[in-house]
Design a protein around this ligand. Structure first.
Ligand code: SAH
Length: 288
C-alpha cells in the first residue's frame, strides 16, 4: 500500500498546524480512528480510574490535552468534571472533537470546552487561554508524542516540545505522557494491537517496519488494517513514529524537569515491576 512510483512513503504529505506534517491529513486514519479505538467507554474503562486517581492525587482541575485527536480522553475528563483545553495539529482529527462539542453544547462543561488547532513546537502561538500560573496537568496520550519525527538526528524537536509542555505547567503541575514499548518493537516484537488504549471489536492487523539511520533507530512504520462488520476488506492506514527507547526518554525528562523533578514510570498504568513486557510506558513528570 501507499507505494508511489516505487517510493516507500512513510507519511501522507499533508501539512497540519504550522510546520508539522499531518499524518492524518488524507483523512484515512481519522475516518477509522473511532473504529480502531473501539467503544469509547470500553476504551477508557481500563485506564480511566487510574488516570483520574493520578490527576486527583495531584489536585488537578485544569487540564491541557495536547494530542486530543478525536477527543476521546478530553471527553472522558470533561464528563468527570475537569476543565479541559484541547489541542491537536490535525484538523481532520479535530473535526470529530468539534462535532462532539457542538452535539453536547447544552451541557455546561462541553459549552466551556476550549478546542484549538496547535503544534507542540509552537505551542506559545496557539490560541490558548493559559491559566495565569499554568495548567495543573498536561496529558499527551495514546502514543501521540512518538508522532513527532526526529528532524535533525539530535532530537531537538522532541526537546522543544517537552520544554513547551513544561512551560505551560504551573509549578507542582504534572505532565502525563506515554509511548509504546519501542524497546520491544525494535527488537522485532510486533506492536500489540489490542492494548490498554485500543479496544476495537473488529480485527486489526499490522505490519511493523523499523528504519535505522547511522546506527540509530530512526523510525517505526506501522501499516494498520482495521476490519469491521461493515467493511470486510478492511480500512488501511499507515503511521510512522519515532521509536522512543525508555532509557533515552527518561534522560530527556530529567534534562528538562531537572534532577530533583519527580518522575514516575508506569507500565500499562501499573507498577513497572509487575509487568514484564508492557505495551505502553506512561511517564508522570512533576514540575518542581
Ligand atoms: N490521544 C488521542 C489521539 C492519538 S493520535 C487518542 O489516543 O486517540 C495522535 C494525535 O497527535 C493526532 O491527532 C495528531 O494529529 C497529534 N499530533 C501529532 N503530532 C503533533 C504535534 N506536533 N502537535 C500537535 N498534535 C500532534
Amino acid at each position: 500500500m501507499s507505494r508511489v512510483d516505487g517510493v516507500f512513503r512513510t507519511r501522507t504529505l499533508g501539512i497540519g498546524a504550522r510546520g508539522i506534517p499531518d499524518q492524518y491529513a488524507d483523512g484515512k486514519a481519522a475516518k477509522v480512528w473511532t473504529k480502531y479505538i473501539g467503544d469509547q467507554t470500553e476504551r477508557t474503562g481500563y485506564y480511566k480510574e487510574k488516570l483520574i486517581k493520578i490527576l486527583n492525587d495531584h489536585n488537578c482541575k485544569s487540564i491541557l490535552d495536547v494530542a486530543c485527536g478525536t477527543g476521546i480522553d478530553s471527553v472522558m475528563l470533561l464528563e468527570m468534571g475537569f476543565n479541559m483545553t484541547s489541542v491537536d495539529a490535525s484538523d481532520k482529527m479535530l473535526k470529530y472533537a468539534l462535532k462532539t462539542r457542538w452535539d453536547r453544547r447544552k451541557e455546561e462543561a462541553f459549552d466551556k470546552w476550549v478546542i484549538e488547532e496547535g503544534n507542540w513546537l509552537h505551542l506559545h502561538d496557539a490560541n490558548l487561554e493559559k491559566p495565569e500560573e499554568g495548567f495543573d496537568a498536561i496529558i499527551c496520550m495514546g502514543n501521540s508524542f512518538a508522532h513527532l519525527p526526529d528532524f535533525d538526528g539530535k532530537q531537538e524537536a522532541h526537546h522543544t516540545a517537552i520544554q513547551n509542555f513544561y512551560d505551560f505547567l504551573k509549578p507542582g503541575g504534572i505532565l502525563v505522557i506515554d509511548h509504546r514499548n519501542y524497546d520491544q518493537i525494535v527488537k522485532g516484537h510486533p506492536a500489540p494491537m489490542k492494548n490498554i488504549y485500543y479496544q476495537s471489536s473488529g480485527e486489526v492487523d499490522c505490519k511493523t517496519s523499523v528504519l535505522m539511520v547511522d546506527g540509530k533507530y530512526h523510525m517505526v512504520t506501522l501499516d494498520y488494517n482495521v476490519h469491521s462488520e461493515e467493511d470486510e476488506t478492511g480500512s488501511q492506514f499507515r503511521l510512522s513514529y519515532y521509536p522512543h527507547l525508555l532509557k533515552n526518554f527518561n534522560q530527556m525528562i530529567t534534562n528538562i524537569f531537572g534532577d530533583n523533578g519527580k518522575h514516575t514510570v508506569l507500565a500499562d498504568f501499573q507498577d513497572i515491576s509487575n509487568i514484564e513486557n508492557p505495551s505502553y510506558y506512561i511517564h508522570i513528570c512533576e514540575k518542581v
